[in-house]
Design a protein around this ligand. Sequence first.
Ligand code: FAD
Length: 285
Amino acid sequence: MRLNTLYNNKFAVSFEIFPPKTAEGEKNLWKELDILSSHKPDFVSVTYGAGGTTRVKTLEIALKVRDKYGIPPLVHFTCVGAGKNEIEAYLQEVKSHGIENILALRGDPPVGESRFTPHPDGFSHASELIDFIKSINGFTIAAAGYPEGHLEAPDLDTDIDNLKKKVDAGAQFIITQLFYNNDAFYDFMDSVEKKGIGVPIIPGIMPVTSLAQIQKITGLCGASVPDRLLGILKSCGSKDSICEAGLDYSIEQCHELKTWGVPGFHIYTINKSMAVTRIMDALGL
Ligand code: FAD
């Protein structure tokens, strides 16, 4: 099922999973997916390992999500280290399996490198990849957005100009990087609208279950942690109470966003169902 019109008439909720590295991890993933699928997500997205390390697994898991649960998959794809021929061969393979939705990403520089170096016959930016995918036909294309700016961008305004290039190239909806500061998201949406970006922008929600987890992930992606959230988590006495308070914050964040009028949520599940279930139940989704 193509996802291009998904947000037209409904509030849509999607989940992100990643291909586990071990057989044990994969066994757990399917157990968790048995629960996650009971929430009837509108699609499940499957990440693409840095540098293409999961290209086979990403596709395999996406197909199983579709065939076992009847949920449309969205496969992530990055152009790190790949030339046009290789990219086209992969996309044709994806298409031959009937997968019609793709999240087109440039990808991160390999570990230890601070700058992205394109493949000599590849692409420098996601917008170029999107243009290429569009020429193949048959895909609904999503792209990534950064409410607080991408780490490499000189400023948020320039980054939003670059987001527009992805939409102009053919991205039909945007999934954002995680954020914990709704005000930053609302400001971002203001600028997005002023620049004439009209496609649905779906907030990426990473449930808060531990202080170490959010410090690590925000350190990597550059999202801010509001003082209020830090204060709440630091005042908790145990891991369990941090998790409880963190999830209360996430529920409040989602509730506010929904009231504000976002078209849906994309929840980063980290292959676990507990936090997702808490949020879905609390919001009556
Ligand atoms: P781009 O849109 O190309 O942007 C990268 C940088 O280049 C930005 O600073 C931008 O401002 C700038 N830029 C863009 N276009 C131009 C231009 N024309 N001229 C000058 N500058 C430009 N990574 C993975 O490896 N696997 C995944 O599965 C994965 N899934 C993700 C899912 C989501 C929802 C998000 C938000 C990120 C995901 N990432 C994933 C991380 C992503 O690969 C990195 O954030 C990467 O550094 C940028 O990818 P992009 O597609 O946003 O790149």
